[in-house]
Design a protein around this ligand. Structure first.
Ligand SMILES: Nc1ncnc2c1ncn2[C@@H]1O[C@H](COP(=O)(O)OP(=O)(O)OP(=O)(O)O)[C@@H](O)[C@H]1O
Length: 332
């Protein structure tokens, strides 16, 4: 879908910092999503994606505080779709009852009108026999149907912003594709601003106009999806791309970035990825790393973005993710 360049911003987050009992968990996160746009938020487990989305939804878990930053949703209504419908749907309620509650609450509908609207919403998300599904309990439905119900419930408040946290991760590949298609259709029909969280760059690339990459509580690279896939400028993004199963060679073991992400990063003044980065130079750990602008719409929090991108365009045997020695060779 083409997003109007002049489309207004629906969500704007700046300098967001969130902490838990053991210290900072998300630091200085800035992002925006326009009306009708999908921004993908990608990164490995624990990088802070869910907390960021929960902060935007106003649903931070107990024990997590917002220490700094602004979240502006322009008074828009926000809907949220979670990963695990089984945990998000009350197992003791029929789908009809689950759908009824937000409709009665948000729209002050009578019980009858709410039940009618619930059937319309179930129909909108591609459920063929809404009457039957409405009479069921969550455990009586397939994973794909449960996820459709959850999306219908998120639409009940008639949101302008839809936050999707790993909405297809628990599903098999075919069902995953149909749910992605559904979200895409709903976004177009309703001009939703969508923030789509996934650890899987392949999924993100199907649905997102732009991608923001998170690592250890920070955004490290942002840009149009096509640019990020074609020319990542942060080593972590490059590693993430390389480790995607769809980029692997059938005869080679799947690539994995060496080392692990730091759990505590309050003490790290420079680049949080430096310890794992084959391109790391003294400047990377000397002080805070600012975002480098790369053309009009792409930025990377990296000291050597052009070196990273240039190495990636080397011939196949030396491209992708080089070993540290190769980087040094390239330098000399
Ligand atoms: N309720 C909580 N209390 C304390 N720490 C938390 C809480 N929720 C998350 N964290 C910590 O905050 C960090 C970021 O977690 P978050 O769930 O946002 O990551 P994520 O990128 O969404 O990962 P995943 O894909 O596994 O959900 C992690 O280190 C996590 O352990």
């Amino acid at each position: 879908m083409t997003v109007r360049t002049e489309a207004p911003v629906a969500v704007e987050v700046s300098e967001l910092t969130l902490s838990g009992p053991s210290g900072p968990l998300v630091t200085d996160v800035a992002l925006d999503v326009k009306v009708g746009e999908c921004l993908g938020l990608v990164g490995e487990s624990g990088s802070g994606k869910t907390l960021t989305v929960r902060a935007i939804a106003g649903l931070l878990p107990r024990g997590i505080s917002q220490d700094a930053g602004r979240i502006d949703t322009s008074d828009s209504r926000v809907g949220m779709v979670f990963q695990d419908p089984m945990r998000s749907l009350n197992p003791t309620f029929t789908i009809r009852r689950t759908m009824r509650e937000p409709l009665v609450q948000h729209h002050a509908l009578s019980r009858r009108a709410a039940d009618r609207r619930a059937l319309e919403l179930l129909n909108d998300v591609g459920i063929k026999d809404p009457q039957r599904v409405a009479d069921n309990y969550p455990h009586q439905l397939s994973g794909g149907l449960r996820q459709r119900v959850l999306i219908a419930a998120a639409l009940a408040c008639d949101p302008q912003i839809l936050l999707c946290d790993e909405p297809t991760t628990a599903l098999d590949v075919t069902t995953q594709a149909t749910i992605l298609d559904l979200l895409q259709r709903l976004r177009e029909e309703r001009e939703l601003a969508m923030l789509f969280v996934s650890h899987d760059l392949a999924v993100i690339s199907h649905v997102s106009d732009r991608v923001a990459v998170m690592y250890a509580g920070q955004i490290v690279e942002v840009g149009p999806t096509s640019e990020i896939l074609r020319a990542p400028h942060h080593a972590y993004t490059a590693g993430l791309l390389r480790s995607s199963p769809s980029n692997g060679h059938p005869d080679e073991p799947l690539f994995a970035i060496g080392g692990t992400a730091p759990q505590r990063f309050g003490e790290i003044v420079g680049c949080r990825f430096a310890a794992r980065c084959p391109w790391a130079a003294p400047a990377c750990t000397a002080g805070p790393v600012a975002f480098a602008r790369l053309g009009d719409r792409q930025t990377a929090r990296c000291v050597r973005p052009d070196d990273v991108a240039a190495s990636l365009s080397l011939p196949a045997e030396r491209g992708g993710w080089p070993r540290a020695t190769e980087v040094l060779d390239a330098d000399s």
